[in-house]
Design a protein around this ligand. Structure first.
Ligand code: SME
Length: 160
């Protein structure tokens, strides 16, 4: 297992994902434990992207429950339709929020968060969890993030 991530100097997201995603996949490919895989994925994304918070919420008994994450402490439970995470789960799709203040019902775990992306994880046509990333910058997430993270979540879905 590699112990350090090799990352390009550039802040260009597409270039960073190109370097980062294969390394995260390599890091978790021989690990079948879900929590271990999610934990190193959260750490890898946090290290590789310049963001405030990266983490997972997992569907448990009809709620999203906080899973492995990196960043400031966060709320532990989110109901379906609640906040960006609960909406992504309910709408069964990735949500990109350019300005969290414009998203009705956004849950502000940190007042420093300005934009957010939430990407569902699928197992047999069911959403089993979401990957949530928060940024201190407005408009920090785009289609580039969506494509890279949806691809990464396909790999993670094999761990459930
Ligand atoms: N902002 C999220 C809640 C989770 S925190 O950002 C870590 C939401 O509105 O669902």
């Amino acid at each position: 297992m590699t112990e350090t991530l090799s990352l390009p100097e550039t802040h260009d997201r597409a270039t960073r994902y190109q370097a980062l995603i294969p390394q995260i996949k390599a890091l978790i490919q021989d690990e079948d434990d879900l929590i271990a895989s999610l934990a190193n994925t959260a750490a890898g994304l946090f290290q590789g992207l310049n963001v405030l918070w990266v983490g997972f919420y997992l569907v448990k008994h009809k709620e999203l429950v906080l899973g492995p994450f990196q960043g400031p402490i966060a709320c532990t439970r989110i109901k379906q339709h609640q906040g960006v995470c609960g909406q992504s789960w309910a709408q069964r799709k990735t949500l990109i929020v350019d300005n969290v203040d414009d998203f009705p019902g956004h849950i502000a775990c940190s007042s420093a968060s300005k934009s957010e992306i939430v990407v569902p994880i699928w197992v047999q046509n069911q959403v089993v969890g979401v990957l949530d990333i928060d940024s201190i910058h407005l408009n920090d997430f785009s289609h580039t993030d969506q494509v890279a993270l949806e691809d990464l979540n396909l790999t993670l879905s094999t761990k459930f």
